[in-house]
Each structure stands twice: as structure tokens, then as C-alpha cells.
Ligand binder design. Structure first.
Ligand code: AMP
Length: 116
């Protein structure tokens, strides 16, 4: 069940601010408030979806494609493709998800360490 008062829903409703990197009809990208790398950007779709599985199963395929195309656009704008980056999405308790609105982390700007 989607919580309409989660932090990212509030950012989408402009109830709380964010440091915006890119926005279009379907998605919003902003800097993580607690960066884990020199570049740490979060990307969220504007649809109400809890996690990756929710996003994929509930969304029109056109929205899914549009979202991942915006991820790539942001990667190009950040100029990180040649040196590399890591994309992560956390889901649920075992995945360590804190905010229950589907989001991807884009980490770059330095060597990203091992996950464990
Ligand atoms: P996750 O553990 O995958 O749910 O990640 C949630 C991320 O959201 C964490 O990296 C937080 O630092 C980040 N975060 C939480 N609140 C904000 C906020 N208001 N603005 C930007 N990033 C946030």
C-alpha cells in the first residue's frame, strides 16, 4: 500500500524542497541528502509506486521506458558514462529500503566500493 505522505511524495508535491538535477513529465532527479559518493543522485517516477516490482507491474510500459530513458539522459548530463557509475534500487526490509516510493540511486564520481 502506497503511503502518500512518504518523503519523496512530499518532494513531488513540492511540500519539501530538493536539490533538483532534472525533471520532466514522468520523472524527477535530485541530489541525495546524505551522499554516499561524490555524485549521488536519486531518480523517481512521478507515479505512486512503492518499489521496483510495483513500478514495473503497475505502470504503462511507455512510462517505464520513459523513466529509464531519463535515467540515461541524467547519466549523459552528469558526464559519468566514460568513467562509470553504479545504479542501485533497494526494495523492502531485506533490501534496506528507507523511503517507500520507488527510486534509483546513481552513484559516481569516484570508485564505488564493494557492497559488503
Ligand atoms: P533507500 O534506502 O534506498 O530507501 O534510500 C533512501 C535515500 O533517500 C537515502 O539515501 C537518503 O539519504 C535519501 N533521502 C532521504 N530524505 C531525503 C531528502 N529529503 N532529500 C534527498 N534525499 C533524501
Amino acid at each position: 500500500m502506497y503511503d502518500e505522505n512518504n518523503i519523496f511524495a512530499k518532494i513531488l508535491k513540492k511540500e519539501i524542497p530538493c536539490n533538483k538535477i532534472y525533471e520532466d513529465e514522468h520523472s524527477l532527479f535530485f541530489n541525495d541528502i546524505n551522499p554516499q559518493a561524490k555524485i549521488h543522485v536519486l531518480g523517481i517516477p512521478k507515479t505512486q509506486c512503492v518499489d521496483y516490482s510495483d513500478f514495473i507491474s503497475l505502470s504503462d510500459p511507455k512510462i517505464i521506458v520513459a523513466f529509464f530513458q531519463s535515467v540515461n539522459l541524467v547519466i549523459e548530463r552528469l558526464n559519468i558514462a566514460s568513467k562509470g557509475y553504479r545504479i542501485i534500487t533497494n526494495s523492502g526490509k531485506d533490501g534496506g529500503q528507507e523511503v517507500p516510493h520507488f527510486h534509483i540511486h546513481i552513484l559516481a564520481g569516484e570508485k564505488i566500493g564493494s557492497l559488503r
